[in-house]
Ligand binder design. Structure first.
Ligand code: ADP
Ligand code: F6P
Length: 319
């Protein structure tokens, strides 16, 4: 392996820059030429690829987003798109690719792998919903951002004695809602992994009111429903003024946490080491807190599972 490339794909996540930096710096340290592919798979098939130097990744470890930028590419989902991407790499003599992204990006990476390109996937998505790993880059920062926002919402909810329904990201996974809800002391948390009962939410609110607690925070993952719908359901059943707050893209931005920088750095360096050793067709995963390599095949057999004991803990602490 003399030349490798790195790209970021799908939703950006804080800590992706730390991983890019690690790929570039470890690669150069090991005597390789390292290329950056701009704009994810869309940039790959367009040939938007540039050689990186040590300085190209200077001053990025603390920044959110991704310096390589990212995309969602419909063209790349086609056979021709993937072939075009491979040809762009071949033109530059690039023999290996590191893909930093979510589940969809890994599907793309696997297809490139099947066409003979050595690929390694690095899990990067704030949703933390990738099968085969306990952790995906960006989750810790996104949860902290959500908690900080809910803390602020709580101040005003308390002062005005209002109920606020906060919608957080997470299409298919409730990890952000669960962690943010638990750490911000939400009265109810709604996640896609388990059904919610509106009567239970109301009951909790009534119990609080009996104790003189006139404000509530309800956290709902976007994969459950819109916060507005919960607000309407509540208003139908109880005379209470509600407010709705959709945190949206706020959760994807911001300076990465220490953990996201650490995991990003470890994963980036590991990906390069594996390619040098001739190992590919795998992802970097966190298992029992350790950064390891895991074949895509093995990862596919595993399912991302939310920690339901945390859900029970949240319920028992917000009686
Ligand atoms: P994420 O990687 O964050 O889950 P997406 O699901 O949007 O984000 O996937 C990112 C990109 O990966 C897509 O825009 C597409 O280019 C590529 N991709 C997703 N699924 C596939 C697939 N089944 N085959 C090939 N490429 C795919
Ligand atoms: O995959 C991460 C994520 O932030 C999801 O939680 C969210 O539904 C999605 O990306 C939205 O991304 P976009 O609007 O960029 O498609």
């Amino acid at each position: 392996m003399k030349k490798l490339a790195v790209l970021t794909s799908g939703g950006d996540a804080p800590g992706m820059n730390a991983a890019i930096r690690a790929v570039v710096r470890r690669g150069i340290e090991q005597g390789l030429d390292v290329y950056g592919v701009y704009n994810g798979y869309e940039g790959l098939l367009e040939g938007h690829i540039e050689q990186m130097q040590l300085g190209s990744v200077g001053d990025i470890i603390h920044r959110g987003g991704t310096m390589l930028r990212t995309s969602r590419s419909e063209r790349f989902k086609t056979e021709e798109g993937q072939q075009q991407g491979i040809e762009q790499l071949e033109k530059l003599g690039i023999e290996g690719l590191v893909v930093i992204g979510g589940d969809g990006s890994f599907q793309g990476a696997k297809k490139l792998g099947k066409k003979g390109l050595p690929v390694i996937g690095i899990p990067g998505t704030i949703d933390n919903d990738i099968a085969g790993t306990e952790y995906s880059i960006g989750f810790s920062t996104a949860v902290s951002t959500a908690v900080e926002a809910i803390d602020k919402i709580r101040d005003t909810a308390y002062s005005h004695e209002k109920t606020t329904i906060v919608e957080v990201m997470g299409r298919g996974a409730g990890d952000i809602a669960l962690w943010a809800g638990l750490c911000a002391g939400a009265e109810s948390i709604l996640i896609p992994e388990t059904p919610y009962h509106i009567e239970d939410i109301i009951e909790r609110m009534k119990r609080g009111r009996e104790r003189g607690k006139m404000h509530n925070i309800i956290v709902v993952a976007e994969g459950v429903c819109k916060a507005e719908e919960i607000s309407e359901e509540i208003k139908k059943r109880i005379q209470l003024e509600t407010r709705v707050m959709v945190l949206g893209y706020l959760q994807r931005g911001g300076n990465p946490s220490v953990y996201d920088r650490m995991i990003g750095s470890q994963m980036g360096a590991k990906a390069v080491d594996l390619l040098i050793e001739g190992q590919h067709g795998c992802m970097i995963a966190v298992t029992s807190g350790k950064v390891i390599a895991k074949s895509f095949e093995q990862a596919e057999k595993e399912k991302h599972e939310i920690d339901m004991s945390l859900y029970q803990l949240a319920r028992s602490l917000s009686i």
